[in-house]
Ligand binder design. Sequence first.
Ligand SMILES: [Zn+2]
Length: 272
Amino acid sequence: MGPLLLSIPSTVFDNPHITILKNLGEAVKEQLRLLQQLQDIDTQTKEIQLTIEQVPAQLAPAKNDLEKLASMLIIERQQLADTEAWRAEQEDIVNREEEALKNAKAKLQEAKNARDFGAASREIDNKKRSIHDREQEILKVYEALEVGRTKLTGHEEDVEKLRAHVEGEEAKFADTLKELKEKVASAAAGRPAVEGAIDKTLLKRYNTVMHRRGTAVVEVRDGVCQGCHMSLAPQLAIQVARGESIQSCRQCNRLLFVPEAPTAEGEESQAS
Ligand SMILES: [Zn+2]
């Protein structure tokens, strides 16, 4: 793309009304105004679309946390259930051992000789020790279960709180998303009218530069292109300032304009 200057927009020739105006400056000004309007629409649309894309990502960390915590809760519950089952099993064993102890005591009563007596009392001692040891274990497990249940309740509350938070955020995001989509739609609705009023060559240049650079129409301030921040050649700076043609930056190809100094009339209307 050469350093083409989009001088007089073809609409100036196509539109007899504009030629009658005999004021190229007005036509150029109008085209520049439309181009800026188009750029505003496109920039706004792009920004909103970017936000729309980011919305699910913003919610992802909290959702991940919730999923992780919820699966940890399942493991925690399972471990507690396993411990509970082990405790019940131990208590069954104790019950059976107590039964055996009763039998051993009965045998002792019925012992007819020293040998039977000795065997029965050894069995009684063994059962008593075994029952005692197992009961100590069960007691410890009871304590552990108590602690485990308290922890689980706390974790369940945490997960519920997080779930409520995530659901609240999701609802909020859904509202935001709806709002943003409406904004995109309303911005896009105005675009064809603006686009249709822009000179075709100019529009083509606008689209190419916009696609490549993200902005297509930029201000010239103190002879410097505000798109690429390079100084314009003096001759070009003068042409842009004159406002009778639409020029593009030789470095970045962006379309250039010099903002109009506020007129006394403009200030008045602003003041009122
Ligand atoms: Zn530039």
